[in-house]
Design a protein around this ligand. Structure first.
Ligand code: ZN
Length: 122
């Protein structure tokens, strides 16, 4: 099996439609409970990320931060991908460099760990 590539304009269109649809939906549809949460009763590092993204798209920034700070980084990653798809010349810039990848990944891991520890200890 080879790699299946989606034309970049199709991928960009899907991302735009997905974000606009989520922004226009009045409420978040039922999302199944996290397996970790169901098993332990505690939030996993990713719990609340979907609600956070939804809250950000509806302008409820403080609520988003309370749900999960990773929601902000998810939108940064999506925005970065959209810019790369819209402007392919950015694919070779600092914007898409290995360093930028590492900074984003490091920020995600750091936030997930700190937030998880904070939720466990409070
Ligand atoms: Zn979870």
């Amino acid at each position: 099996m080879g790699l299946v590539l989606i034309p970049r304009r199709v991928e960009l269109g899907l991302l735009v439609v997905g974000l606009v649809t989520a922004a226009l939906m009045p409420t978040l549809p039922h999302v199944p409970l996290c397996f970790y949460h169901a098993l332990t009763g505690h939030d996993c590092p990713g719990c609340g990320t979907t609600r956070a993204v939804f809250a950000i798209l509806h302008g409820r920034f403080a609520a988003a931060a309370a749900f999960n700070l990773l929601g902000y980084l998810v939108l940064v990653v999506v925005f970065r991908r959209m810019v790369t798809l819209a402007r392919p010349e950015t694919a070779t810039s600092w914007f898409n460099s290995r360093l930028a990848d590492k900074v984003l990944l490091g920020a995600m891991i750091s936030i997930a760990v700190i937030q998880y520890a904070y939720k466990l200890l409070r």
